[in-house]
Write a protein that binds this ligand. Structure first.
Ligand SMILES: O=C(CCC(O)(O)[C@H](Cc1ccccc1)NC(=O)c1ccccc1)N[C@@H](Cc1c[nH]c2ccccc12)C(=O)O
Ligand SMILES: [Zn+2]
Length: 590
């Protein structure tokens, strides 16, 4: 083993220069494919992916020749991360190439899928099917969109996914991980991560159960009681979203006090001729008000902020890109002029702000402190932006009153985005971790998926499902192989961050009315955390910003306390659902 520290430093300097180049090349090829899906672009992207995987293998091998015990903590941390190369650890080149092909094939199937509501009427997810879920209250039209999308994705993906699991597990076992799920969880450092997440979910369930009861009651008045199974589940296609993961589209139907002015600013955005650019400039302006780093020139020249109109296929699911050269950072989003896309723009720009803040770190530290941190940045800003006061200050809301009813209505609108999401954010990787560990066999994929959907989310399939369906494949992150527990973590810690930043800004009052706009104290505190990237354990960074070193649902519970009191009163004992799915056979559903 090489014991020479200066040799180790030289190795790191070379690694950073070379790895940045390799990352840049792969990002460019990946971007070209994502913004123009063709076989040729897919082939180029896969060539660059193989080159990047081989570079990682070589770097990990070379790094393993250095004696870590003679290094300081920061240098050792870099070497450990250089050797942690994930599925690139597959030494059989044929299998390595095959894994890449399967992953890009799954992403292509999902991103080019269209749901056929009628023989010649086949619609893509963005914007068409998404708009149907946002605007339609037609029970049968929603079923057609819901079923059509799953027919267009699941069956084509199921076998590919089975192969993907086998190849990925085999690859990460070379690094000593039990399976891909174990490798993903290892990014949170703490060994009790799984238990912590389960505990947080259990703590938050009452909030969700009461919101679910309120939604079910209101939906029964819209669609009629006979459309709801006696088990207490809500049919999954009635919650204003393809996956029932956020219910904000139903805010006008769900607000407790309907007489008040609508909190949905989408009509006002359309009325003011908002464009995608204006949406992103609004987000950029907020970061600048905090004294944080503005979007650099290449961001505005090279991003894809709208779905192309020249007919080419693109990956529409939003994402933020780091080209590892300190200046080129982009967002790809098929922006629609809606409030939800205004929030997503802040979410994506939060990723870019993180990239900008940690760009001078060694390459292996150019990551979130943990994946949940990366997902939380933009959402924290969006918590301030969405307050009625802030919406009024940017001219999207006109009358804002401070009475209790408006407060409860506002908390309901936020709960439809944040509380509604919690079981979904929790269950996706509960399902995937068991698939990777082998507990869930391919012929059980769909059954286990619906067991979790019925048990944790309290939603049921509106039409019969079978083992040839693969409904997990209808959600981007499964075919795109993107971990999901990061969003559950984010939805908890973003309220811890929000509380800490509100305190630093000198704000006094209820957390749900706090707007940190123009607070450079808050901006400085946030920037200091983001600059660290993954150079320190996330528990240290959490401690520095919030004063405690663990995930804590209390700030989230405090934020929604007035709403929970209202819901408990309204619901009495009329809340909850059977843990098992309702029987869908036609005779019993009446
Ligand atoms: O998927 C996203 C946003 C997309 C993303 O920004 O998280 C994107 C997903 C992605 C990952 C990997 C490849 C391609 C897409 N993640 C990133 O762009 C990203 C950037 C830096 C580090 C890690 C991920 N949101 C989730 C849920 C969600 C969390 N917060 C929200 C706020 C508003 C709306 C949705 C959400 C969803 O739509 O189900
Ligand atoms: Zn994200």
């Amino acid at each position: 083993l090489i014991n020479n520290v200066s040799a180790a430093e030289a190795f790191l300097a070379t690694y950073n220069a070379e790895a940045s180049q390799v990352s840049n090349r792969y990002a460019e090829a990946s971007w070209t494919y994502n913004t123009n899906i063709t076989e040729y672009n897919q082939e180029i992207m896969l060539k660059e992916r193989l080159a990047a995987d081989k570079f990682s293998q070589e770097a990990a091998w070379n790094a393993s020749g250095y004696n870590l015990t003679v290094m300081d903590a920061t240098m050792r941390r870099q070497f450990v991360k250089i050797m942690d190369i994930g599925t690139a650890a597959q030494t059989n080149e044929t299998k390595l190439i095959h894994l890449g092909q399967i992953e890009s094939e799954m992403e292509t199937i999902y991103s080019t899928a269209k749901a056929c509501l009628a023989p010649e009427k086949c619609l893509p997810l963005d914007p068409d099917l998404t708009r149907i879920f946002t605007t339609s209250r037609d029970y049968d039209q929603l079923i057609a969109a819901w079923k059509g999308w799953r027919d267009a994705t699941g069956p084509k993906l199921k076998n590919l996914y089975t192969e993907f699991v086998t190849l990925s597990n085999e690859a990460v076992r070379n690094l000593g991980h039990a399976d891909l799920g174990a490798y993903w969880r290892s990014r949170y450092d703490t060994p009790e991560f799984e238990a912590d997440v389960q505990a947080l979910f259990d703590q938050l369930r009452p909030l969700y159960e009461h919101l679910h009861a309120h939604a079910r009651r209101r939906l029964k008045t819209i669609y009629g009681k006979d459309k709801f199974p006696s088990s207490g589940h809500i049919p999954a296609h009635l919650l204003g979203n393809m996956w029932a993961q956020q219910w904000s589209s139903l805010v006008d139907e769900f607000v407790p006090y309907k007489g008040k002015p609508s909190l949905d600013v989408t009509p006002e955005m359309v009325h003011q001729n908002y464009t995608a650019e204006k949406i992103f400039h609004t987000a950029d302006n907020f970061f600048q008000s905090l004294g944080m780093i503005p979007m650099p020139e290449p961001f505005w020249n090279k991003s894809m902020l709208k779905k192309p109109t020249d007919g080419r296929d693109v990956v529409c699911h939003a994402s933020a890109w780091d080209f590892s050269n300190g200046i080129d950072f982009r967002i790809k989003q098929c922006t629609d002029i809606t409030q939800q896309h205004l929030e997503t723009a802040h979410h994506e720009m939060g990723h870019i702000e993180y990239y900008l803040q940690y760009k001078d770190q060694p390459l292996v530290f150019q990551k979130g402190a943990n994946p949940g941190f990366h997902e939380a940045v933009g959402d924290v800003i969006a918590l301030s932006v969405q307050t009625p006061e802030h919406m009024k200050s940017i001219g999207l809301l006109h009358s804002v009153s401070n009475d209790t009813e408006t407060d409860i209505n506002f908390l309901m609108s936020m709960a439809l985005q944040k509380i509604a999401f919690l079981p979904f954010g929790f269950l996706i990787d509960q399902w995937r971790w068991r698939v990777f560990s082998g507990d869930t066999k391919p012929e059980q994929y769909n059954e286990h998926w619906w067991n979790l959907r019925c048990r944790y989310q309290g939603v049921s399939a509106p039409v019969e499902r079978s083992a040839s369906d693969f409904d997990p494949g209808a959600k981007f992150h499964i075919p795109a192989n993107t971990p999901y527990i990061r969003y559950f973590v984010s939805f908890v810690i973003q309220f811890q961050f929000h509380k800490a930043l509100c305190d630093k800004s000198g704000y006094i009052g209820p957390l749900h009315r706090c707007d940190i706009y123009n607070s450079t104290e808050a901006g400085t505190a946030l920037s200091e955390m983001l600059k660290l990237g993954s150079s320190k354990p996330w528990t240290d960074e959490m401690q520095n910003l919030t004063g405690q070193a663990k995930m804590d649902a209390q700030p989230l519970m405090d934020y929604f306390k007035p709403l929970l009191e209202y819901l408990r009163k309204e619901n009495g004992n009329d809340y909850g659902w059977d843990p098992i799915c309702p029987d869908l056979t036609p005779t019993s559903s009446g």
